[in-house]
Write a protein that binds this ligand. Structure first.
Ligand code: SF4
Length: 312
């Protein structure tokens, strides 16, 4: 990528004077209100839920939600957390990485009893060389108690909250069965900002029936909400999802790599300088991918292509 782009890695390196890497975590028991029936069933049309965490214990039939009062999985979750942090830290340290930002990535990581959230986040922060947390969640799943707790942690630690916005067109959000609307995403981001939290928003390019203009309108709107960081993703089709049916019936056509690079370039050009970039693409390198084939490219090939397009 262009050396001048304000990537998240550069931001962390400048702030902590060393390489800091996000360390992804996925724990049994976490689910999503868009899957468990609270908001909807089945989830977003592109989401193959097991694909997030294929190695998790199958014991994870017990799932947590905001109304759970007890958590019979807590002991197991703490064990998984410990294993994942220790093994990934060991591997990353061999690559010269000295500090870590623990990234609660899979499913909706604030959708659990408050005591569970507090215990897991505090445990994650207790490991050596951990400088903070990044919490991936949905805009409809953060209680005031959690906002306040994250704000409290942010006095001492680097605390980020990540919201999947995807699009600011409500008709698109309905088409992908997102389960929340644009106003909900905007209000959550404004609230997180008002609490002093760092916010990263996720956007998807190539959502059903969206034009380039619509994608760039979403981009501009999300920038205007005061986010600190951004992740751009192309929409790709995974087998055994609703989107796979739409693709097979000819109702969904994914972006070509050139179309994606074109909208990505425009999105970066529109971006205020202070917003850091955490991701410029995404893909899946296994046989669950249906289309487009370029989303199955390995990371180096994908980055080489995008770098060439972005620097044109
Ligand atoms: S919000 Fe995330 S976990 Fe939930 S259904 Fe959508 S993509 Fe899947």
């Amino acid at each position: 990528m262009d050396k001048q782009l304000p990537t998240f890695g550069r931001y962390l390196k400048r702030k902590f004077k060393t390489r800091v890497q996000k360390l992804p975590i996925g724990l049994s028991g976490f689910t999503c209100p868009n899957i468990d029936g609270t908001v909807a069933k089945g989830g977003c049309t592109f989401c193959l839920n097991e694909s997030f965490s294929p190695n998790l214990s199958q014991d994870a039939k017990i799932t947590l939600n905001l109304n759970s009062t007890k958590n019979p999985l807590l002991k197991q979750q703490l064990k998984e957390l410990d294993l994942q942090i220790r093994s990934t830290q060991k591997a990353m340290k061999k690559q010269g990485i000295k500090k870590f930002l623990i990234y609660f990535q899979s499913f909706t990581n604030t959708y659990a009893p408050f005591e569970t959230i507090k215990t897991l986040y505090e445990k994650a922060l207790s490991y050596p060389d951990v400088i903070g947390l990044s919490i991936g969640t949905r805009s409809d799943s953060v209680s005031d108690e959690v906002y306040d707790y994250l704000a409290y942690l942010s006095k001492e630690k680097e605390i980020w909250i990540e919201f999947g916005v995807q699009s600011t067109f409500d008709e698109t959000l309905k088409k992908i069965n997102r389960g929340h609307n644009t106003l909900n995403a905007k209000e959550a981001i404004l609230k997180a900002k008002s609490k002093g939290l760092n916010v990263c928003a996720h956007l998807i390019f190539g959502l059903p029936e969206e034009s380039k203009d619509m994608m760039l309108q979403s981009v501009k709107e999300v920038y205007s909400w005061g986010v600190d960081s951004i992740k751009y993703h192309p929409l790709y089709v995974v087998k055994n999802t609703q989107l796979a049916n739409e693709f097979k019936n000819g109702k969904f056509i994914p972006l070509s790599k050139e179309e994606y690079a074109d909208v990505l370039k425009a999105a970066i050009e529109l971006k205020p300088k202070h917003i850091t970039i955490q991701r410029i693409t995404a893909g899946i390198n296994d046989n669950t991918l249906l289309a487009p084939d370029w989303c199955g490219w390995n990371k180096n090939k994908m980055m080489a292509f995008l770098t060439k397009e972005l620097t044109k």
